[in-house]
Design a binder for this molecule. Structure first.
Ligand SMILES: [Zn+2]
Ligand SMILES: [Zn+2]
Length: 864
């Protein structure tokens, strides 16, 4: 043990955190492939390498680190990998910004190189934060999705799913962002309320209302309800589209709402999802009036080349000129927009690659997974229940995993590479054999690339070592931790892919964390100016305080508000705990700890019982991932039970060099050691620092606390003992006495005898008697307080006489005052609140103060 005079008076988190960060070794957290221990594999989320590890990430990683450290202490062989999900649009956009280019200004290869370079720099910065926050990441299991060893597996998974029929290509309407010039998946469509205008116009004699007149060129039918009498004459007929003059059929469909507008609607390819339904249902033709860049096509005739917005304005003006625009109304509408750039999406029919969605399979696997909190499973069920289209996985971008496919230039046959040749970029290489269809040797490489979720949805397969040769030995993983915002993407896609590629669920459990809200209770955003970055908290209060906030800020799964108050409270706990540490270590140092002695004193047994209860509660909470419950229980034990109660109770014994001192020292040692180990997952720096003065070796290599101590009577009596002491100390304080000042005699009346080994007497500096009989007290009136603001106005000149009369009353009458009183021969009413009697208590003829606490009466006969 280090001499306690080496302990600085105040806890300097900056110094401590930097020192331990320099000493800890990465190897201590490596997963050991051939270990005999039970394994605990974590499918850590690979964050997008933006360069800053934001506070939402920090919360997520705190949860992971809490249970990763806990599981190690429980004897598990833990894998806490760290991935980086590199591909995607945000990096492309950033590269375009930084280099002031567009992706078309340089070669695809050069553009990718710029993206990779930016990504690697960003990863380097984010690793710093991960380390500073003391996350016990297994750096031997780091992966970077843009690296060949990773994306070769993405390509392998693509080929396997292509072979098994899960993946197919087809021309089909997809959500398309014309700003990003790429298809996007349904999960990437963000819905927003917008106000727009509903335009009523004459459509060959039928009134039609539309919010998108620019789609008139893409009109392929007019739909009416089959029972709508107004349009019976149009059945089977054709209508001529105004301005464009092509003719379209009138179709009948039950879904049309006859009460909306005129009851006739136009069907365009494609205004919305409903158009897609009708288009399929009625086998309508396809008219592409908007291209991938959001411009009108040649089909739009004179509007060719305009943006959709320009076209809308022009068509409305032309409608006015032709006198067919009847009226316009404001309308609030939910519009789907690109999640990334907020541009309203278009639905374009394109040749794209799709993954088949089989809801039954996904739900089956989702139900085999244990969800924390449980209700999050509902979100998955709801999402799966509303899936209508397959997952569009092709993107018309550059910085992504290439789709490993060629097409024969002559006959169009699709040719795939050998799995052993992966990874490949089909735009840079050619197949090593001629076309099996026609023998031709010229091929076109697929230029489309894969949706980034195709990379990240095999993270669990990657970390468990999947190589296509069968089920990896350590698959499925034990847990997936992630935010609730990506249940319908990352969780959904991962389950889909795991089932498709292995026939199995990807993990045993999934732990969902909430979102972090700003101090104003709103989602953090640049425009609100309520963003807090982890680095700011780290520099002001340190990683351990930030980690405590993450644990206690909210129940697992709930959204959590960031507040500096929580961080300050966390930091205060460390200060308090540091004071406890210094005191305890000083006591232990005096004469070492004898671990063989029998603990007999009530206070000692009581503390051990409370410790045992705390350990059970914390362990149970950790098993259920209830970090708030766990850390609060540790704090309460350390602060309230150990520091404020127990230590105060046994201080006298510790100073007295009594033989029972050893027992208290053993208890202090046990409690201190247990607190360090229970705090280790939450405050790794602080726990390590405190533990280092007690024992050699890292607290993070110690087993979890399993301490149990069962003594119900000690718990009961000890609670009484500690409560009485706390109350009498409060009495001393209120009476203006120093806490160590002599107090006289304290008598405690309890139904059962309590033997406290003199602890109370020493703590209170009083003669203490425990009595099991009932207290006998005489109450004497020692004075009467008159309320002059009542007495004066009522009795005026007779006030003195009234007070005299009251003083003549017996103690019983004072307690229960009569309604009237005789004042100079007249009965007058006694007003309410005119006076309050003051009492004192006599016990055995001596004046005592009486305190009632926890159902027991305590009398205090103060020393003269
Ligand atoms: Zn976009
Ligand atoms: Zn061919």
């Amino acid at each position: 043990m280090v001499p306690s005079d080496h302990l600085p008076k105040t806890y300097d988190f900056a110094n401590v955190e930097e020192r331990w960060l320099g000493r800890w070794r990465d190897e201590d957290f490596y997963f050991v492939p051939d270990s005999e221990k039970p394994r605990f594999v974590i499918d850590t989320p690979p964050p997008y390498p933006t360069g800053s590890f934001h506070i939402g990430n920090a919360l997520n990683w705190c949860y992971i680190d809490f249970f990763a450290r806990y599981k190690r202490m429980r004897g598990f062989n833990v894998m806490f990998p760290q991935g980086w999900d590199c591909h995607g649009l945000p990096t492309e956009v950033k590269v375009e910004e930084i280099n002031r280019i567009t992706k078309n200004d340089v070669s695809r290869e050069e553009f990718r190189r710029l993206c990779r370079e930016l990504t690697l720099n960003n990863i380097r910065q984010m690793r710093q934060t991960l380390r500073a926050m003391a996350f016990s990441v297994d750096w031997s299991n780091e992966y970077i999705t843009m690296h060949p060893e990773y994306f070769k597996k993405t390509q392998l998974s693509f080929l396997r799913m292509l072979k098994s029929g899960y993946i197919y290509q087809s021309e089909h309407p997809v959500n398309f962002c014309t700003r990003c010039e790429t298809a996007i998946a349904f999960a990437e469509v963000a819905y927003d309320e917008r106000s727009t205008r509903l335009n009523y116009f004459d459509f060959d004699g039928v009134e039609i209302a539309t919010t998108r007149p620019e789609l008139l060129a893409a009109c392929v039918a007019v739909a009416v309800h089959p029972e709508d009498q107004r349009y019976h004459h149009l059945k089977g007929g054709l209508l001529r589209v105004p301005i464009f003059s092509h003719t379209v059929p009138v179709v009948q469909d039950e879904v049309v709402d006859p009460s909306f507008g005129s009851g006739a609607v136009m069907i365009c390819t494609f205004g919305d999802k409903q158009d897609v339904h009708w288009w399929k249902q009625h086998n309508l033709s396809l008219r592409k009036a908007i291209d991938r860049r959001g411009r009108m096509t040649a089909l739009a005739a004179k509007y060719d080349g305009m943006t959709a917005a320009e076209c809308r304005t022009a068509i409305l003006a032309d409608m006015k000129d032709k006198n067919i625009l009847k009226k316009q109304e404001d309308l609030d509408q939910r519009v789907g927009a690109c999640w990334r750039c907020k541009t309203p999406i278009e639905i374009l029919s394109e040749r794209q690659w799709f993954v088949k969605i089989k809801p039954g399979e996904i739900l089956g696997a989702a139900h085999q997974i244990r969800w924390y909190p449980e209700h999050m499973l509902r979100r998955m069920e709801n999402w799966v229940g509303q899936m209508e289209w397959d997952w569009c996985i092709s993107r018309q971008r550059i910085f992504a995993t290439p789709i490993p496919v060629w097409f024969c230039r002559k006959c169009g046959e699709m040719v795939v590479p050998d799995e052993k040749d992966l990874p490949i970029d089909p735009t840079l290489t050619q197949p090593d054999h001629s076309c099996p269809g026609c023998g031709n040797n010229e091929f076109i490489g697929e230029e489309d690339v894969l949706d980034t979720w195709m990379d990240s949805s095999i993270s669990v397969l990657y970390v468990t070592g999947w190589d296509g040769s069968g089920m990896p030995g350590i698959f499925p993983a034990q847990i997936r931790p992630q935010g609730h915002d990506i249940i319908r993407t990352w969780a959904f896609y991962t389950i889909l892919r795991a089932v498709a590629l292995t026939g199995q669920r990807p993990w045993d459990q999934i732990l969902i964390n909430g979102m972090v809200l700003g101090e104003d209770g709103f989602k953090m955003s640049k425009s609100r100016g309520n963003i807090i970055v982890p680095e700011e908290i780290l520099s002001k209060y340190g990683a351990d305080a930030l980690r405590q906030w993450a644990a206690t800020g909210a129940a697992t799964g709930s959204d959590i508000m960031f507040t500096w108050n929580d961080v300050v409270a966390a930091s205060r706990f460390q200060t308090k705990m540091w004071n406890i540490a210094r005191f305890v270590l000083l006591q232990l140092e005096k004469e070492g700890v004898d671990k063989n002695i029998q603990v007999t004193a009530l206070a000692d047994r009581w503390l051990l019982t409370r410790l045992s209860d705390t350990v059970a509660k914390v362990t149970e909470a950790m098993e259920q991932y209830q970090f708030d419950t766990a850390l609060k229980a540790i704090r309460e034990f350390a602060w309230d039970v150990l520091a404020d109660n127990y230590i105060e109770l046994v201080k006298g014994r510790l100073y007295a060099k009594d033989a029972s001192r050893k027992s208290a020292c053993l208890v202090l040692h046990t409690a201190y050691d247990s607190i360090c180990r229970m705090l280790a997952p939450f405050t790794p720096y602080f726990a390590e620092e405190c533990y280092s003065y007690l024992n050699s070796g890292s607290v993070h290599r110690q087993p979890w606390v399993t301490f149990t101590y069962d003594d119900p009577q000690a718990l009961l009596d000890g609670d009484t003992l500690s409560k009485v002491v706390a109350e009498v100390r409060k009495f001393k304080h209120d009476a203006g006495l120093a806490l160590n000042a002599p107090l006289g005699r304290v008598t405690i009346y309890t139904p059962l005898a309590i033997l406290d080994e003199g602890d109370m007497s020493r703590t209170l500096n009083a003669e203490v008697r425990w009595r099991t009989d009932s207290v006998r007290l005489d109450r004497v009136v020692t004075g009467i307080e008159f309320n002059r603001s009542v007495v004066g106005p009522v009795f005026k000149k007779q006030s003195q006489a009234f007070m005299e009369a009251v003083r003549m009353l017996t103690p019983e009458q004072l307690l229960d005052p009569p309604a009237t009183i005789n004042l100079e021969g007249t009965e007058v009413a006694v007003p309410e609140n005119a006076f309050t009697p003051r009492f004192s208590y006599m016990e055995g003829g001596a004046m005592v103060d009486v305190v009632s606490v926890a159902g027991v009466i305590v009398t205090i006969q103060r020393s003269a």
